[in-house]
Design a protein around this ligand. Structure first.
Ligand code: HEM
Length: 415
């Protein structure tokens, strides 16, 4: 018999267009070992919902495993690299990569900073920013949407919240790119050194901003963090605060950028659905949920097994890496009727797992929902007939955990 090499979820062509793979694999077994990567993958909505709640079996402490192996040891022995990093602050696990009880301690503090009342207070400045960005291209009837809107919008919001002004948004994007590249495991040594320098630069600038907030609080997230008390007692130390700020910056930028881009791509590809939200703007909050369901910019997040355990009839061994594929769960036909159809009035759109579920569910979900809602309201009001420029090729760069367009040239009629 001819032995064929099994397909892997993580091969670039499948990452770019994974839908047939999801269907084929779901029919065989929705929990499976992806042989090429050695990781297990879960594709089923109900099984993911179950797994992320089983905290004794599934751990979020996956950082060590991700950066483990030969290359991490090489990095530890790289004197030039270590010399750069030693001028900064150590990396500590606080939110995404921490388990209980450490996770609970830090999450409580961040929940306050991102509560609904805090996010509502940002609405006017989000709308002002949205209009300013649209003003920049509205008279041209066309734009490179990622560059001119989807990237700057979340970056500028986060920059403001971190005590940097809008002029520093480019710096925030450069730091974010450095952290994202460090997660990719695919850097040249030169880039490793460069990103290490950028991490240290980020740490020192943020540390100075935090010190300013200690002297004089403002109404931003940074002030909330420096004034927070862990377990009601001690303040966060510098490494802890920096770890939290770094996660907010990285997790908040790439994903919201991706969601804004996917929203516009979906509206351009489904003009009847765009017309619906223009005719009835009260549908916009539900359209936001449907865009999140369809796009799932945080396409999958890792877990690592605390101990041997079973999921969906498959035994997952202690120490195994397991990918919760939120992107596939959101297209699970058992949960969403005709899952590949974009329907702004889909009744159960909000039950998507684009923000995860359980204790690690996205802390920035209300902020990104607000950015998307305000943006879609302003698009609906100011742009008719959005279309993708003829001949444009839309590409999703290969990435295990993130999914988003790098370029989206559009045309539209000014309203
Ligand atoms: C559309 C935009 C976004 C998407 C799709 C998204 C997606 C996610 C997902 C799936 C998780 C769960 C991780 C897990 O299961 O382990 C998560 C966690 C997280 N997100 Fe988001 N996110 C978005 C926006 C944001 C924003 C705007 C921020 C901050 C400003 C943010 C900060 C975080 C943090 C800090 C965590 C870790 C929470 C924890 O472990 O307790 N995200 N996000």
């Amino acid at each position: 018999m001819n032995k064929q090499t099994a397909k892997s979820l993580f091969q670039p062509d499948i990452l770019a267009d994974p839908y047939d793979f999801y269907e084929e694999q779901r029919a065989k077994s929705p929990v499976f070992l992806d042989e090429a990567s050695g990781a297990y993958v879960v594709l089923d909505y109900d099984l993911i919902s179950e797994a992320v709640g089983r905290l004794d079996d599934f751990s979020n402490n996956f950082n060590a495993q991700l950066s483990g192996g030969k290359s991490a040891a090489d990095l530890d022995n790289d004197e030039e690299l270590q010399a750069i990093l030693s001028t900064g602050y150590p990396q500590v696990d606080t939110l995404l990569t921490a388990d209980q009880p450490t996770h609970t301690r830090f999450r409580k503090l961040v929940n306050l900073a991102f509560s609904m009342p805090k996010v509502n207070k940002l609405e006017d400045s989000i709308r002002e920013m949205s209009n300013r960005l649209i003003d920049g291209f509205i008279d041209k009837g066309e734009c490179e949407f990622m560059e001119e809107y989807a990237v700057p919008m979340p970056v500028q919001i986060i920059a403001g919240q971190l005590g940097l002004d809008h002029a520093d948004a480019g710096t925030v994007k450069r730091w974010t790119n450095a952290f994202v590249d460090r997660l990719s495991g695919m850097m040249t040594r030169e880039r490793q050194l460069e990103t290490a320098r950028e991490v240290v630069e980020f740490q020192h600038v943020l540390k100075a901003n935090m010190d300013d907030r200690r002297k004089e609080a403002k109404s931003d997230i940074l002030s909330d963090l420096v004034n927070a008390r862990v377990d009601g007692e001690r303040p966060l130390d510098d490494a802890e605060s920096l770890s939290i700020v770094q996660q907010l910056m990285v997790a908040g930028n790439e994903t919201t950028t991706a969601a804004l881009g996917e929203g516009v791509r979906l509206f351009a590809s489904n003009p009847d659905q765009y017309k619906k939200i223009q005719d009835d703007p009260s549908l916009i909050p539900n359209a936001v949920e449907e865009v999140l369901r369809m796009s799932s910019g945080s396409s999958g997040i890792w877990r690592v097994m605390h101990r041997d355990a079973e999921l969906g009839g498959v035994t997952l061994p202690k120490g195994a890496m397991v990918m919760m594929r939120y992107h596939a769960a959101n297209r699970d036909p058992k949960h969403f009727e005709n899952p590949n159809e974009f329907r702004v009035d889909r009744k159960n759109a909000r039950t998507h797992l684009a923000f995860g579920k359980g204790i690690h569910m996205c802390v920035g979900n209300m902020l990104s929902r607000k950015e998307m809602t305000v943006s879609f309201q302003q698009f609906a009001e100011r742009m008719d007939n959005i279309r993708i420029q003829e001949g444009a090729t839309l590409t999703y760069p290969p990435n295990m955990m993130l999914r988003g367009l790098t370029s989206l040239p559009i045309q539209f009629d000014k309203r």
